[in-house]
Design a protein around this ligand. Structure first.
Ligand SMILES: Cc1cc2nc3c(=O)[nH]c(=O)nc-3n(C[C@H](O)[C@H](O)[C@H](O)COP(=O)(O)OP(=O)(O)OC[C@H]3O[C@@H](n4cnc5c(N)ncnc54)[C@H](O)[C@@H]3O)c2cc1C
Length: 441
């Protein structure tokens, strides 16, 4: 048996693990390389894994109560915030209790490690049980190229050879740049920083606080005062006995406003609504990580080359139009499609871009690129001052009037609304916003 692999997968995050699972199940000989001590050791995410691709990789994963996931989402909330108030769109439905779930909260160090165990089980059951490997604590320094085609990777003094390489290295995509698929300079306004604290409670207390039943969970996104004028938003997700509370904020805007991520998170935590939630909780983890903004202009020039495919956030596949951050589901689907393309290339005996370009076609036909393309205007709209500041202030102002009952005659709601609009924006601005929102959402 020769030493050459069919494929080397770089990165044991969601994209790399999804690709590896598919390769193992298709009896491919591959090597997955992760620089962390274990898969997930270096990963940060809020994080809800949306959709049900996980069930394709690990059927009936929900039967493993102690599997990689924390809670399934059946309660969603989008909150507008001003200095004192919060006004939420709140949706809870037992419809979301059906399996496979449409969203599960995960903590990445646990989830990735669990999924990596499942990949190992698939390797053990494959024809290449002794020849496919998951190698951790190894950083890939370089993708080896010969005549414009990838032929393997280099780590320190060691070289490993393969017919193909899937680069799933995440948002800090240095190898994608090395192979010439991404410009070395990515503008800072296309990038955000995510900051997150994990706050622990007694499990019963947490379940009462959020009215959770069994393993049900809640996801909550925040727009407005949360980020103190810096573009971005907040999030809160319920885990088993902790919550993930954090922000994603624009790197350029944060630098221009001379704010730090830590300082902004502390600001968010002082809001009366948040302070009530986190009271008596114990901070057990703090982490920060760069995250794409969802601006398609940050994507690599192409996602394939002779012998190479780019998957997950290395390809800047992410969307956040205000409703949810979708990065892990995109990573999972792109990892699956990349592996499918490699499997087809092996059958054809052709790993050149003539075959690998099918990956791009598959991705374009999938919900990933369809949504990224369809919702670009919504991504940009979310980052405007109107959406970041004026709308949350207006909505909270209206809410305060609407829900206040005094021993005085109550004005009609329309009058309250017009008053709130006047104080925070103009009718013209809102008409423009409505028009843009109608087209972009
Ligand atoms: C604060 C925050 C909140 C988020 N919330 C959500 C959410 O709620 N829902 C959601 O879907 N997404 C969320 N995201 C986005 C999501 O985390 C990413 O989109 C997703 O992790 C991308 O997966 P990936 O596999 O492409 O990359 P990653 O998860 O970053 O994995 C890349 C892997 O490659 C490894 N690696 C990198 N370079 C090398 C190298 N040279 N050699 C070997 N290994 C290497 C890394 O160690 C890492 O394990 C959030 C992100 C942040 C920061």
């Amino acid at each position: 048996m020769d030493d050459k692999f069919d494929c080397i997968v770089i990165g044991g995050g969601v994209a790399g693990l999804a690709a590896s699972m598919m390769l193992a199940k298709a009896n491919m000989k591959f090597l997955l390389i992760e620089r962390g001590e274990f898969a997930g050791a270096k990963n940060v995410s809020g994080g809800v894994l949306w959709g049900n691709d996980l069930a394709k990789l690990v059927p009936n994963y929900w039967e493993e109560e102690d599997g990689g996931w924390e809670r399934f989402i059946n309660h969603r909330r989008l909150t507008f915030m001003d200095e004192q108030s919060t006004f939420s769109l709140d949706f809870k439905s037992s419809h979301f209790n059906e399996k496979p779930y449409t969203g599960v909260v995960v903590l990445r160090s646990k989830f990735d490690n669990w999924l990596s165990g499942k990949v190992q089980e698939a390797i053990d059951a494959s024809d290449y049980a002794m020849d496919s490997f998951i190698a951790t604590n190894i950083k890939v320094d370089e993708v080896l190229m010969e005549n414009g085609k990838a032929v393997g990777i280099k780590t320190g003094e060691d070289e490993f050879h393969a017919d193909s390489v899937i680069i799933a290295e995440g948002v800090n995509n240095l190898l994608t740049r090395q192979v010439g698929l991404q410009d070395n300079y990515v503008p800072a306004d296309h990038m955000l920083t995510g900051i997150k604290e994990i706050i622990r409670f007694d499990q019963e207390v947490l379940e009462q606080k959020f009215q959770l039943n069994g393993l049900s969970g809640m996801s909550n996104e925040f727009v407005g005062w949360a980020t103190d004028g810096v573009e971005g938003g907040g999030f809160l997700y319920t885990n088993r006995d902790t919550i993930s509370l954090g922000l994603v904020v624009g790197i350029k805007d944060m630098r221009e406003k001379k704010r730090s991520p830590h300082d902004l998170l502390n600001h968010f935590k002082t809001h009366p609504t948040i302070a009530d939630i986190i009271k008596d909780g114990e901070i057990v983890e703090y982490s920060a990580h760069v995250v794409s903004s969802g601006d398609a202009r940050a994507m690599p020039k192409e996602l394939y080359k002779d012998g190479i495919l780019i998957a997950g956030e290395a390809a800047n596949l992410l969307m956040n139009a205000g409703k949810a951050i979708q990065g892990m589901d995109y990573a999972m689907r792109s990892g699956i499609l990349a592996a499918e393309t490699i499997i087809e290339a092996k059958e054809k005996g052709d790993f050149s871009s003539a075959t690998l370009k099918n990956y791009r076609a598959k991705l374009d036909q999938s919900y990933v690129m369809k949504d990224i393309n369809n919702f670009q205007d919504a991504v940009h709209l979310l980052h405007t001052e109107t959406m970041q500041k004026k709308v949350p202030n207006l909505v909270c102002d209206f809410g305060r009037q609407f829900f206040t009952i005094k021993n005085e005659p109550t004005p009609k709601s329309e009058k309250m609304l017009l008053g709130a609009i006047k104080r925070h924006a103009s009718l013209w601005e809102l008409l423009k916003l409505g028009f843009k929102a109608r087209k972009s959402l």
